[in-house]
Design a binder for this molecule. Structure first.
Ligand code: EPU
Length: 338
């Protein structure tokens, strides 16, 4: 088992690249490390923070507890008829898993190419992009219960997935640690290319019948062109959720703001593009000290260099206030504030 270290900088463990210190820190390379760790009642009592790729977190304080950096690796698959069950350790890099599937021609994950983060974090916020959500391909996951050290399994319906949400963000928050995830993919490829930007790129490239690799490449291309690379400029992807509002409220907004970008969720609900709302309030590409919003996507807050977690948080609060004043809507943060 890896040792428990004290007073460790988390700067290189969060994609915002902000400074914060963990009181204790340990690398978890195997689920047995967790079992051993939680056998010790002293550790069971510690406040625990599970860290994967650190791509959906904003540290506004030092962490006065034990940070567990999940590094559990391994990818395997089994094929049953046309179904492919692929199991990956929680510490695998998400995009490396997508690449593995694209190379093996396993269909289902290609629209989720290039999302930063780890496999273990993917069900927590039900990651999604370009018309696909994790819940569409999630089969099950295994996790350890902190209070008992017992291994548990959660199937898709146990996880109560919805837009950027799951049971792991709610009832099970701080109670379990995901150790591996199994996805159900397919050998039959049915491209999901209804998303406008994918269509535009397919037309540009003259592709009529895209392969799994084509879709993966196009999604990667779109992401690179719009979103900042956390390796060069600190960010955590979309900082806020796209608000979902009732049709009645939407009608009122639409008459005041005819250009408002929206998507029909169902007969009662409409999803709005938070990036558009923020841009309308004049925040797109704006810089405040070392923080700001991204020039090509106002929904993404960035660290231009030495911003602190609190500066980024304060910017997000100012954005929430502007959007509330102008549209009467309260944006909800998608990123976890620690
Ligand atoms: N828009 C603006 N101004 C902006 C940003 C966007 O007008 O500054 C408009 C765009 O022109 C477009 C619409 O808003 O018409 C939606 O924008 P985009 O396609 O970029 O998607 P999004 O709704 O802003 C969501 C996800 C992203 C995901 C993309 C693509 C959330 C919170 N974000 O963004 O996920 O990559 O769709 O599917 O749902 C993430 O979660 O970190 C993330 C990047």
């Amino acid at each position: 088992m890896s040792p428990i270290l004290e007073k460790i900088s988390l700067k290189s463990y969060n994609t915002f690249g902000v400074e914060a210190y963990a009181r204790w820190f340990s690398d978890i390379n195997d689920k047995d490390d967790l079992v051993a760790l939680f056998k010790n009642p002293y550790n069971q009592k510690k406040k625990i923070l599970v860290l994967g790729g650190g791509s959906n977190m904003l540290f506004t304080n030092d962490y006065d507890g034990l940070v567990l950096h999940i590094n559990i690796k391994g990818i395997s698959h089994r094929i049953i008829d046309n179904d492919v069950f692929i199991t990956a350790g929680a510490g695998e890099n998400w995009n490396l898993l997508v690449k593995y599937c694209v190379e093996h021609e396993f269909a289902g994950m290609e629209n989720l190419s290039l999302i930063p983060g780890s496999v273990g974090a993917s069900p927590v916020q039900n990651i999604g992009a370009y018309g696909v959500e994790l819940m569409d391909i999630f089969h099950s996951c295994r996790a350890i219960e902190i209070a008992t050290g017992e291994m548990l399994q959660y199937n898709n319906s146990d996880c109560r997935f919805s837009y950027r949400d799951s049971i792991f963000k709610n009832e099970l928050k701080n109670k379990i640690i995901i150790t591996e995830v199994t996805f159900k993919l397919s050998k039959n490829f049915q491209p999901k290319i209804q998303y406008g930007a994918i269509q535009v790129e397919l037309n540009k490239r003259g592709i009529l019948n895209p392969s799994i690799r084509d879709v993966s490449e196009i999604v990667s291309h779109i992401r690179v062109s719009k979103l900042p690379d956390p390796a060069t400029i600190g960010n955590a992807g979309s900082f806020f959720k796209n608000p979902i509002i009732e049709v009645e409220k939407f009608r009122r907004l639409k008459s005041a703001f005819p250009d408002i970008i929206h998507y029909v969720v169902d007969s009662e609900n409409i999803k709005l593009a938070a990036g558009w709302l923020i841009e309308e309030c004049g925040w797109k590409g704006k810089r405040v000290g070392d923080t700001g919003t991204w020039k090509d996507q106002a929904l993404v807050l960035v660290n231009h260099g030495n911003a602190s977690g609190n500066e980024i948080y304060n910017l997000s609060a100012d954005i929430i206030n502007s959007v509330q004043e102008r549209f009467g809507l309260v944006l909800e943060r998608e990123v976890n504030i620690i």
